[in-house]
Design a protein around this ligand. Structure first.
Ligand code: HEM
Length: 119
């Protein structure tokens, strides 16, 4: 179980850092690389969400305290970011990446502070 946790947290954070980091970079550089990075971003989003669900199942199943509320808010923002990126990548990728960047910033902060909320 400990090995599974280590693998899941490693995948979750590595994929999440790539997804959020590349989104910030594209949003900040006027949309440069948006098309090239779209598929890798969606791949990273899939790994992040699946590993996050796995972590939730192992560490937080059945619990609903301040930490879980904070994680859930971050997860919802992350899922919304993926939806926005998917819906806008053909017609207006820069706008989509900018909106997703804001949502992913909230997601990353929620993930990082969750264990200290209500502590
Ligand atoms: C649907 C999306 C997501 C779900 C369901 C999810 C779920 C989780 C869960 C359950 C944990 C474990 C918390 C614990 O240690 O008990 C976690 C940790 C973490 N997540 Fe996410 N997450 C999602 C998206 C993201 C994204 C987009 C990022 C961006 C980088 C991210 C970054 C992190 C980080 C850095 C941690 C470690 C926090 C710590 O140990 O202090 N997550 N996530």
């Amino acid at each position: 179980m400990q090995t599974l946790l280590i693998v899941l947290i490693g995948l979750h954070i590595l994929a999440g850092v790539f997804w959020a980091g590349s989104t910030f970079a594209v949003a900040r550089s006027g949309g440069a690389g948006a098309q090239t990075l779209f598929r890798p971003q969606m791949g990273a989003a899939t790994i992040t969400v699946l590993a996050g669900i796995g972590l939730w199942g192992i560490l937080h199943r059945g619990a609903m305290g301040p930490m879980e509320h904070t994680l859930a808010l971050g997860a919802l923002c992350a899922i919304a970011a993926a939806g926005v990126q998917g819906a806008t990548h053909r017609k207006n990728p820069l706008k989509g990446q900018r909106i997703a960047a804001g949502l992913l910033a909230v997601a990353v902060i929620c993930m990082a502070i969750a264990r200290f909320v209500g502590f």
